[in-house]
Design a protein around this ligand. Structure first.
Ligand SMILES: Cc1cc2nc3c(=O)[nH]c(=O)nc-3n(C[C@H](O)[C@H](O)[C@H](O)COP(=O)(O)OP(=O)(O)OC[C@H]3O[C@@H](n4cnc5c(N)ncnc54)[C@H](O)[C@@H]3O)c2cc1C
Length: 409
């Protein structure tokens, strides 16, 4: 897959995860193919390869629902050409309180304004969609039929293949050490394999994006935490076409995986992870199991699906994922450096967000305008102290569970 090292590219994309490959695909789609994606390991080797791949549509802002819908539609169109594991299986969101039900009504309203159908369900109806799930302590649920799931590795492969077909270069095994700036403009990147002259860069280096930004005094306040899901042995009644589910009051989510369940959590007191704690060649790697951290959430999974009590755990996946202090992604051009774009800090939604936010970055580069209002994702919403490592490490502990607060499901 590695190609000879070029001396010039109009655009350099730093990082070949789901975000970098999606941006390359979008740039090529818009007719810009003088693009080099530089990846220090192999495509997808950072965080993207082990994502659960859930594609949920419901959000409070109709424009975010529209972006999510764009992802579902794009993956469906990819699936028609070559399998990427896309299934529009729908999703059941469970409510344990009346305030959660009130929130679901507001989500349904936002979804409808974005042209996406969803409806409330009774606990009895939940039993029809999720056989074997305990429903006697539920207030109700939300049914979102347009949600789906996808295989992240196949998605990355498809983004890359389509970009490559239009002439984009993907160079693996090369690390970007510095972005070279002259008179407040990006002019080149300095890599292990030499200098590559360019007009713009996109920093989509995942959990490493903050460190890279600091080298040009650009604050990109994101920080990784350990992020978990367990894969159980097969469970009777669990089928591959079952909907995905979220139990936001219990801070857990899940779906079918090889006849068993994938049970993941957005923990209350997440474990921050410094990039320096990872080896330089961290590639297709996972972190150590930590049952003290994940155990309470597995118990909630067993409460929800009592049959899990007798089932073994095949694997406890612990992967690094970067979060931002306010739970929103970072998409911007650095105010201090022309041609330095950032798309990072995906808050466990990078597989979902890759389709829509990559288009905004590509439009910005090609047409000078992202095409949608990206002000809520700007770098300027943060102050310099928000990039202080001690402050970030402390704040980021609460970021995952903020995902499931009653304001942001
Ligand atoms: C357990 C878990 C479950 C998840 N489930 C979901 C889900 O269901 N749905 C969803 O939407 N999201 C999910 N996510 C989140 C999703 O995986 C991430 O948001 C997404 O993968 C981030 O993509 P990325 O391209 O920004 O980062 P990465 O995939 O980490 O890509 C960044 C790349 O940059 C490379 N790189 C770094 N520094 C340099 C450098 N200096 N030079 C060259 N290359 C460099 C790295 O090697 C890496 O490959 C999950 C995450 C985890 C951990």
């Amino acid at each position: 897959m590695t190609e000879s090292f070029p001396s010039h590219a109009q655009i350099v994309v730093i990082g070949g995860g789901v975000i970098g490959t999606a941006i390359a695909f979008r740039l090529a789609e818009l007719g810009l193919s003088d693009v080099a994606v530089l990846e220090r390991g192999q495509l997808g080797c950072g965080t993207s390869w082990h994502a659960a791949g859930n594609i949920p549509l419901m959000e409070h802002l109709p424009e975010m629902v529209q972006l999510n819908r764009l992802a579902a539609d794009l993956y469906e169109s990819f699936e028609q050409q070559q399998s990427i594991g896309w299934k529009r299986c729908g999703r059941v969101m469970l409510a344990r309180t009346e305030s959660r039900m009130a929130e679901f009504r507001s989500l349904i309203d936002s979804a409808r304004r974005a042209g996406v159908e969803a409806c409330l369900m009774s606990p009895q109806e939940v039993r029809g969609r999720l056989p074997g799930f305990r429903t006697d302590d539920l207030a109700g649920a939300l049914w979102s039929p347009a949600d789906g799931r996808v295989n992240p590795t196949d998605l990355i492969g498809t983004y890359a293949r389509k970009a490559r077909d239009h002439g984009v270069s993907f160079i693996e095994g090369v690390k970007v050490n510095n972005v070279i700036v002259s008179e407040d403009r990006v002019t080149a990147v300095e890599t292990d394999l030499g200098v590559l002259n360019c007009e713009s860069v996109v920093n989509c280096a995942g959990l490493w994006a903050r460190e890279l930004g600091l080298r040009n005094r650009i604050d990109i306040p994101l920080y990784a935490v350990e992020h978990f899901y367990a894969l159980t042995e097969p469970v009777d009644g669990i089928t591959s076409d079952m909907p995905t589910f979220r139990d936001p009051d219990a801070l857990i989510y899940g779906r079918e995986e090889v006849g068993g369940l994938l049970i993941g959590c957005f923990d209350l007191n997440a474990k921050p992870l410094s990039p320096e704690a990872l080896p330089g060649d961290f590639s297709f790697s996972l972190l150590n199991e930590d049952w003290d951290q994940f155990g309470p959430y597995m118990e909630r999974g067993i409460h929800l699906v009592p049959a899990l009590a007798d089932k073994g755990i095949r694997t406890l996946v612990n992967g690094p994922e970067s979060f931002t202090p306010d739970g929103l992604p970072i998409l911007d051009q650095a105010p201090s450096v022309n041609g330095y774009f950032v798309l990072a800090g995906l808050n466990s939604s990078g597989i979902l967000r890759s389709a829509g936010l990559s288009l905004a970055v590509a439009e910005w580069i090609v047409n000078g305008d992202p095409g949608i209002d990206v002000s809520r994702f700007s770098l300027s919403r943060f102050r310099p102290e928000h990039n202080d490592e001690v402050w970030l490490r402390d704040q980021i502990r609460q970021a995952p569970s903020g995902h499931f607060s009653t304001q942001d499901v």
